[in-house]
Write a protein that binds this ligand. Structure first.
Ligand code: ATR
Length: 282
C-alpha cells in the first residue's frame, strides 16, 4: 500500500467530486495516488488532520465549512491565501502545514480560458461572504473588475471580507435588503450555500442584471440550479456553474503537489457529460 496519501476534508463531503478528479489527473500523468474524502465537523478538523498525517497524509483539499479553519492551522500561507483568509489546499512540508488558495485562480481560469469571457471593467456583485467568497474575491479584483460589491445575509462577514481586500475605493459592502437599489452588474457571483442540501432559496431583483450580465454560481449540480434559473429568467447572457472552477482549482493543487499539469479540459468534459445533474441548460 502506498504510504503517501491525499484527501479532501469537508462536512459534508460524501458528494465531493475531488476524489474522482484527482484520480483522473493521476491516471493522465502517471502519478500513483491514494486520494479519499474525509468527513470532519469543524470541532473535529484538527484531530482528523493529525490522524491523516500519522497515516502518511501529504496534502489535502479543504471544502466547506473548513476553509477558514484551515487557514488558521497553517504555519505558512501563500499571499493569495492570506488575502482570502481562507485555505483550500494544504501541503505537509517539514512537519508543518503550508496553505494555499487555488479557488480564485480556478474560477478566473474557467471563466476567461474555458468560457472565453473577459472580466475586465465589469461591475461585480458577490452574494455571500463565506470561505468560497473569500477565495475568489481577490482574484476577481486582480482580473480587473471595475468594482466589487459584497452582500451577505450577515453583514458583518461582508464587512470583514471587504476590510481584508484593502481596496476601499473598489471593493465595498452593501446590505442584502438594499439589493434592489444598488444598480446593475456585469458579473454576479453566487457564493452562498443557500441552495445546498435542499436549503432555502432566495429572491433576487431582476434590476441587478442587464442583457450582458455574466452570472456565475460557485456551486455545481443541483445546488446551482435555482440561481442559474433565476439568471436565465432575468435574461443574463451567460450563466456558468462551478464545475469548471472545481476542476481548475483541483488542477492547480495537483500541479503544486505532484509537479505535473493535468489535462483539465478532458476531465471537465468527462464530468460534464457523465452526470445529467451537472449539465447546465445553456
Ligand atoms: P462556503 O465555504 O461554501 O463559503 P460558508 O463559509 O459556510 O461556506 O458560507 C456560506 C455562505 O452562504 C455565507 O455567506 C452564508 O451567509 P451568512 O454568513 O449570513 O451565514 C450564505 N448563506 C447560507 N444560507 C443562506 C441563505 N439561505 N440566504 C442567503 N445566504 C445564505
Amino acid at each position: 500500500m502506498s504510504s503517501v496519501r491525499y484527501a479532501v476534508f469537508g462536512h459534508p463531503v460524501s458528494h465531493s467530486l475531488s476524489p474522482r478528479i484527482h484520480a483522473a489527473f493521476a491516471r493522465q500523468t502517471g502519478v500513483s495516488l491514494a486520494y479519499t474524502a474525509i468527513d470532519a465537523a469543524p470541532h473535529e478538523f484538527v484531530g482528523a488532520l493529525d490522524r491523516f498525517v500519522g497515516e502518511g497524509g501529504k496534502g489535502a483539499n479543504v471544502t466547506l465549512p473548513l476553509k477558514e479553519a484551515a487557514f488558521a492551522i497553517c504555519a505558512r500561507t501563500s499571499e493569495r491565501a492570506r488575502r482570502a483568509g481562507a485555505v483550500n489546499t494544504l501541503s505537509w512540508n517539514d512537519g508543518q502545514w503550508h496553505g494555499d488558495n487555488t479557488d480564485g485562480a480556478g474560477l478566473v481560469r474557467d471563466l476567461t480560458g474555458r468560457n472565453g469571457l473577459d472580466l475586465r471593467g465589469r461591475r461585480a456583485l458577490m452574494l455571500g461572504a463565506g470561505g468560497a467568497a473569500r477565495g475568489v474575491a481577490p482574484a476577481l479584483l486582480d482580473a480587473g473588475v471595475s468594482e466589487l460589491i459584497v452582500v451577505n445575509r450577515t453583514p458583518e462577514r461582508a464587512d470583514a471580507l471587504i476590510d481584508a481586500m484593502g481596496e476601499p475605493e473598489r471593493a465595498l459592502s452593501r446590505y442584502w435588503q438594499d439589493l434592489g437599489e444598488i444598480g446593475d452588474f456585469g458579473l454576479i457571483v453566487n457564493a452562498t450555500s443557500a441552495a445546498r442540501g435542499g436549503g432555502e432559496d432566495f429572491d433576487l431583483p431582476f434590476t441587478l442584471t442587464t442583457p450582458r450580465t455574466l452570472a456565475v454560481d460557485l456551486n455545481y449540480g443541483e445546488a446551482a440550479i435555482p440561481f442559474l434559473a433565476w439568471a436565465r429568467a432575468a435574461g443574463c447572457r451567460d450563466a456558468v456553474d462551478g464545475l469548471g472552477m472545481l476542476v481548475e482549482q483541483a488542477a492547480e493543487a495537483f500541479e503544486a503537489w505532484h509537479g505535473a499539469r493535468p489535462d483539465s479540459d478532458a476531465v471537465y468534459a468527462a464530468l460534464r457529460g457523465k452526470d445529467a445533474l451537472l449539465v447546465t441548460a445553456d
